[in-house]
Design a protein around this ligand. Structure first.
Ligand SMILES: Cc1cc2nc3c(=O)[nH]c(=O)nc-3n(C[C@H](O)[C@H](O)[C@H](O)COP(=O)(O)O)c2cc1C
Length: 210
C-alpha cells in the first residue's frame, strides 16, 4: 500500500514538472518541403560574423524584400540607413561609449554583435502603427537574407544606447533621418561565423479557440 502511494506521488510530481515546462512545437509535416517554411525554421540570430560586409547588390535584394513587407495603409512609415563603412561604425560605437561613461565601453561596442553591415530603421512618430511596420520590414529582410546565405541579428539595445544621451546626437544626425522619424530598430547582417542551435519555443502560448 505504502509503495503504491510513493509511486503515485512520483508520477504526480513528474506530471506537475511537465506542466511547468515549455510545450514543444508539434513536429513538422509535409510543409518541410516548402522553401519559405524551411527558411523560417532554419533562421537563427547570429552573434559571430566573418569580417566582410554583405555585397551591396545582395543588400539591395534584401532591402527590396524589406520594403515589400505588409505595412499599415501602405504608409511605409519607415526610413532605413545602411552602414557598411567600418570607419563610420567605429564613430557610432565611440559615441555610444562616450554617452555611457559609467558602463564598460567594450560591452557597449559589442552590442552590434560584430555584424559588418548594420541597418538602422526609424519609425514615423506621427503614425501609431509604425513600430509594427518596422518590425515586419525587419523580419522580411532577415528571412530573405537567410535564404541567400546571409546571417542577421535584430537588435534593440543599440537603439537605447544611441537615443538616451546627447553624445550620440552627431552620429544620429549623420544617419540623416527625416524630422518626424526616430530610431526604432537595428538589424545587423553578415556572413555567419557560428551555427547556433534553435532556441526553444513555447507551443503552450498558442491555442485554438472554438
Ligand atoms: C525586438 C528585438 C530586440 C532584440 N534585441 C537584441 C539585442 O539587443 N541583442 C541581442 O543579442 N539579440 C537581440 N534580439 C535577438 C533575440 O535575442 C532572438 O531573436 C531570440 O533570442 C530568439 O532567437 P533566434 O532569433 O535565434 O530564434 C532581439 C530580437 C528582437 C525581435
Amino acid at each position: 500500500m505504502k509503495k503504491t502511494f510513493v509511486t503515485l506521488g512520483i508520477i504526480s510530481c513528474l506530471l506537475a514538472g511537465c506542466q511547468n515546462k515549455q510545450q514543444e512545437t508539434p513536429p513538422m509535416c509535409e510543409q518541410q518541403e516548402n522553401q519559405v517554411v524551411a527558411t523560417i525554421m532554419a533562421r537563427r540570430s547570429i552573434r559571430k560574423y566573418k569580417p566582410q560586409p554583405v555585397e551591396r547588390a545582395k543588400m539591395d535584394e534584401i532591402l527590396k524584400c524589406g520594403i515589400n513587407a505588409p505595412n499599415g495603409q501602405n504608409k511605409q512609415s519607415w526610413e532605413v540607413r545602411v552602414v557598411d563603412n567600418p570607419v563610420f561604425m567605429a564613430e557610432i560605437k565611440d559615441a555610444m561609449a562616450k554617452g555611457h561613461p559609467d558602463m564598460d565601453p567594450e560591452m557597449i561596442k559589442g552590442c552590434f554583435r560584430g555584424a559588418p553591415t548594420m541597418m538602422f530603421i526609424a519609425r514615423a512618430r506621427s503614425y501609431d502603427f509604425s513600430a509594427y511596420d518596422c518590425g515586419l520590414m525587419a523580419e522580411n529582410m532577415m528571412l530573405s537574407a537567410w535564404s541567400m546565405g546571409v546571417g542577421s541579428i535584430c537588435l534593440g539595445s543599440p537603439v537605447r544606447f544611441l537615443t538616451d544621451n546627447e553624445a550620440c546626437a552627431p552620429v544620429l544626425q549623420k544617419l540623416g533621418f527625416s524630422e518626424d522619424y526616430e530610431l526604432c530598430l537595428c538589424v545587423g547582417f553578415g556572413y555567419a561565423d557560428e551555427a547556433p542551435a534553435a532556441k526553444p519555443r513555447d507551443w503552450g502560448k498558442v491555442k485554438y479557440v472554438d
